[in-house]
Ligand binder design. Sequence first.
Ligand SMILES: NC(=O)c1ccc[n+]([C@@H]2O[C@H](COP(=O)([O-])OP(=O)(O)OC[C@H]3O[C@@H](n4cnc5c(N)ncnc54)[C@H](OP(=O)(O)O)[C@@H]3O)[C@@H](O)[C@H]2O)c1
Length: 215
Amino acid sequence: MSKHILIVGASRGIGLGLAEEFKSRGWQVTGTERSQSDELHALEGVDVATLDVTDPSTFDIEGEFDAVIVNAGITGAKHQSSEKATSDEVAKVMMTNAFGPAHLGKKLLPQIKEGGSLSFMSSLMGSIEDSSGGYELYRTSKTAQNMLAKGIAEQDAKERGVAVLSLHPGWVQTDMGGPNAKITVEESAKGLADVVENASAGYAYVDYTGKALPF
Ligand SMILES: NC(=O)c1ccc[n+]([C@@H]2O[C@H](COP(=O)([O-])OP(=O)(O)OC[C@H]3O[C@@H](n4cnc5c(N)ncnc54)[C@H](OP(=O)(O)O)[C@@H]3O)[C@@H](O)[C@H]2O)c1
């Protein structure tokens, strides 16, 4: 039987690319959208579910998975400034990029097979060591996500032999990454799929080439 992957946030960009890549590798793919994505529905054989990472009432998804990738993410308010940030703006970016994904990951863990993997789409911008500042809302949400992911690895996933990964996809040509980004969705998705296919138990913060990143 083919392996089964759940990709959360597969309507466009890197998530859609991951759905295409895993499908081409012979995986059974379930991808999620918030509203109808014609591109996702056009992928033959891919199952589509509706899920919003900020709304736990949408977290019930049937199935057993070899791998789950929580890819959904936003940049947050345009100004990106801690001086301008409102409570609502902080709540939105933190729920979407950090606490929603962690809640969802914990909820899905029992549905991940022993020896499988749970990945969160992080960013190198979440690295404190690498940071030169700026993008305050986005950076802190991804740093928080990394912290939550490591906690899930230590407290919840370890005993089940499930690998937990915080992934940096590279700087990718998407709506978020913009047209000047360094790599295509295809390049990123191929690399990320290799990383997920080769994941071993424990926690790792790695980029799409498999390189370990500093916290
Ligand atoms: N592009 C880059 O260079 C880059 C670099 C580092 C990290 N990343 C990370 O990679 C991930 C994907 O980025 P991308 O460049 O592909 O961005 P994108 O093109 O803007 O796509 C974002 C995806 O996340 C989904 N999403 C947003 N909020 C959601 C929510 N509340 N619930 C469920 N899904 C939600 C979107 O769904 P809708 O279509 O419904 O909005 C869409 O599928 C993000 O986590 C991002 O932070 C990207």
